[in-house]
Design a protein around this ligand. Structure first.
Ligand code: ATP
Ligand code: MG
Ligand code: MG
Ligand code: MG
Length: 442
């Protein structure tokens, strides 16, 4: 009873004055001890817009608008991973040292591994990645048959790394979200096919987000294995150096290129050009490195036990969000990949006491009309009810937050024929549309 009573009395409209944004849009921007040091554009814009708030080095509060955006990103990642047969699970972050000693990474990881002891003096770490854990899990499945392979398991969870220099906001945190997928296959050939299908899914994902990433040959690092690629988003503040051939498809992280020559090792005629990139994804073919250690086996077609071929595939979820903001935004305001904007539309009614004051009701009705006519916009339209402020000031805030569409309900809304001013933030284009025109556009 109380639920239905509540829903009848609850005002469904999202009001800008009520959105939780502890940072002040107008005051943040200078370095102060409270805000931490501003090291890049995305960090500054995200703090200014009340998307993140610093806690301790490399750690942030992800505020409600960021969580909305992350949930949207996770939905797209889930679609792509499940589209190639991925099954989602969730593994413990607290990992026993035993597993890490078995793979020899307890020592190899050095200071980046966040270690701790439990009350029984047992050694643990906060997982920076989960090869050991997932391989142990699969090894426990004694009845695994070749008919069940390829097996693709993935999760989207917090990872912990004691980075030497946490900086650039969410781009390099000590605690961050990663999508990590692990594949188990019957043979090397099958593992390469799985590897290829994950790379294609990554390419589709970045295309859907409107991010022009390059897939480059990469070093396998301490994960081990034979084949590896990174998905790099070209950006000046990127910490990776890439070599791209002007003539053919050759693209590699400098870490993988032994000679300094600028001649392309693939086509021989092209010249390599260096650029910087942000590593947003990484794929590895692992072979039997972990499955041998942890004895992850399956019964093959001859009903004999065989060791599984593995691959692992990471995506920096929080890093993708910040990297998109870094490359798409202007100096003044955030521009989002359309799919990831926390809210799609902001409706701005006239200032209280102004000539167009009467249009305030029309603005409220418009929010309702949009939600009724366009189910996809439900929960995506906010009303900037701070009517003591001028339209201009509120438009400035809207530009900082980067709602893809801003609709100004002013004098034009009172005239015949009715006109609404629509600002498309991405292009800066301003249109004057009727209500029907508006519904068509959105
Ligand atoms: P980097 O070279 O930037 O340190 P990495 O090579 O150590 O990254 P991987 O082990 O390949 O990272 O992890 C998979 C993905 O997780 C990376 O491609 C990146 O997108 C993301 N990632 C790694 N470290 C961080 C971090 N400190 N903060 C945010 N995202 C990260
Ligand atoms: Mg690293
Ligand atoms: Mg790297
Ligand atoms: Mg990497």
């Amino acid at each position: 009873v109380s639920a239905s009573t509540n829903s009848r009395h609850m005002k469904p409209t999202l009001l800008v004055s009520r959105l939780y944004q502890p940072s002040n849009l107008h005051e943040v921007g200078q370095n102060t001890s409270l805000q931490g040091e501003m090291t890049c554009k995305s960090q500054r814009l995200m703090q200014q817009a009340g998307l993140i708030h610093p806690s301790n080095p490399g750690c942030y509060y992800y505020l409600p608008a960021t969580v909305r955006s992350m949930e949207k990103l996770i939905r797209v990642i889930d679609q792509e991973m499940q589209g190639i047969g991925g099954q989602k699970l969730d593994m413990p972050s607290l990992c026993s040292a035993e597993l890490w000693k078995a793979s020899e990474r307890w020592d190899l990881m050095g200071k980046e591994l966040l270690r701790l002891k439990d009350r029984h003096d047992g050694d643990y770490c906060l997982a920076p990645t989960h090869e050991e854990a997932v391989t142990t899990l699969v090894a426990h499945q004694t009845s695994l048959s070749y008919r069940q392979l390829p097996l693709l398991l993935y999760q989207i969870t917090r990872k912990f790394r004691d980075e030497p220099k946490p900086k650039f906001g969410l781009l390099r945190g000590r605690e961050f979200y990663m999508k990590d997928m692990y594949s188990f296959d019957v043979s090397e050939e099958a593992a390469y096919q799985t590897y290829e299908s994950v790379c294609q899914a990554y390419t589709r994902l970045f295309a859907r987000l409107g991010l022009h990433c390059v897939q480059v040959q990469a070093d396998t690092g301490n994960i081990g294995g034979k084949l590896s690629h990174e998905f790099q988003l070209p950006a000046d503040i990127g910490e990776d150096r890439l070599l791209l051939c002007g003539n053919c498809s050759f693209a590699a992280n400098v870490e993988t290129v032994s000679s300094d020559s600028t001649d392309c090792p693939q086509c021989g005629t092209g010249t390599l050009v260096e650029s910087k990139g942000i590593e947003v994804g990484h794929t590895f073919y692992l072979g039997k490195k972990y499955s041998n250690v942890f004895n992850a086996t399956f019964s093959n077609a001859q009903n004999k036990l065989a060791v599984a071929e593995m691959g692992c595939y990471g995506l920096g979820v929080t890093r993708i969000l910040a990297a998109a903001i870094e490359v798409m935004s202007t100096e003044e305001g955030i521009r989002w990949p359309g799919l990831l904007a926390p809210y799609q539309v902001c409706v701005v009614p006239p200032k209280k006491g102004s000539k167009a004051d009467k249009a305030a009701v029309i603005a409220e009705e418009l929010v309702q009309t949009l939600a009724d006519a366009l189910p996809l916009l439900r929960g995506e339209v906010v009303l900037d009810d701070r009517t003591q402020m001028t339209i201009g000031k509120r438009l400035k805030d809207a530009s900082k937050l980067g709602y893809p569409y801003v609709i100004v309900v002013g004098q034009g809304a009172l005239e015949e024929p009715t006109r609404f001013e629509v600002i498309c933030q991405k292009t800066g284009e301003i249109m004057f549309l009727s209500k029907e025109g508006l519904l068509d556009l959105l």
